[in-house]
Design a protein around this ligand. Structure first.
Ligand code: TMP
Ligand code: ASP
Length: 242
């Protein structure tokens, strides 16, 4: 599929192809799953399709709520059409509940509710293992000006409010997530990349006995099994709700 299109870029989970309109691209979602900067790799049949469909529904919801995104529409079940953007090399992580690297790198206990939520910004650079940045380091690196950084942080908080409610409605607790932003050819900042169980931690709220049931990539990171089942469950809940 897509063999006639020029491949612009291949990442760990997606391929970006040229579109006949030079302001657009086609994003194909792969079945590959990676973790710990691709130290751990596997393929799950159907993962690409599930992440594409989940992301498209979430982008549609965000666009309806006035969040500018790169998403333009689905091409088929595992590829979407998006605006071509220049990705800002930052990974913007928002945390509602302490978990993952925050608890590995600090003495903060897993499960602590973070009010207000914490925004951690990382350098998008696989060779350097995506290091955590500071405001001063971002300034020094000249990646983005202060005003645009504020804009991105504000948009991340707005997206969090919307997504928290969206997921709550389908009985999922949005623990944390990672966003990427980019500039369109007109210089507008929009949300890019994907929003899926690959880059969100989602805990099942149907479990009321206090145990954490992850319905996201932690199932792969932590060898919990039931990976595709978890992603299918998210897709099913979204479709039943919309
Ligand atoms: P972390 O706790 O490992 O820093 O992850 C925080 C959130 O960011 C979690 O929802 C997973 C997501 N994430 C990515 O999407 N890509 C990455 O490379 C990493 C490290 C995390
Ligand atoms: N996205 C990273 C990788 O592909 C890490 C992760 O999501 O845990 O290796």
């Amino acid at each position: 599929m897509n063999s006639k299109l020029d491949l612009i870029y291949e990442g760990k989970a997606k391929k970006i192809f040229a579109h006949e309109d030079s302001d657009k691209v086609i994003i194909e979602f792969k079945d590959d799953a990676t973790a710990f900067n691709a130290l751990k790799k596997a393929k799950f049949e159907g993962k690409g399709e599930l992440n594409c469909l989940i992301s498209s529904k979430i982008f549609e919801f965000l666009i309806k709520n006035k969040i500018p995104t790169h998403y333009l529409g689905l091409k088929n079940n595992n590829s979407m059409i998006a605006q071509k953007i220049n990705i800002i090399p930052l990974e913007v992580v928002l945390r509602n509940i302490a978990y993952g690297s925050l608890c590995k790198q600090t003495t903060i206990q897993p499960g602590l509710v973070l009010e207000p939520p914490l925004i951690d910004i990382y350098l998008k650079n696989d060779n350097l293992n995506d290091p955590l940045l500071t405001k001063d380091r971002i300034k020094l690196l000249k990646i983005i000006n202060n005003e645009d950084l504020e804009y991105i942080s504000d948009m991340t908080l707005r997206i969090n409010k919307l997504l928290k409610e969206f997921f709550y409605n389908i009985k999922l607790n949005l623990v944390d997530f990672k966003l990427e932003f980019g500039y369109t050819s007109k210089g507008q900042i929009v949300l890019g990349d994907e929003i899926s169980p690959d880059n969100c931690r989602l805990w099942d709220l149907n479990q009321n006995n206090g145990t954490i049931v992850s319905l996201d990539k932690d199932r792969f990171r932590n060898d919990l099994g039931g990976f595709i089942e978890a992603y299918s469950e998210i897709n099913k809940r979204i479709n039943n709700f919309i």
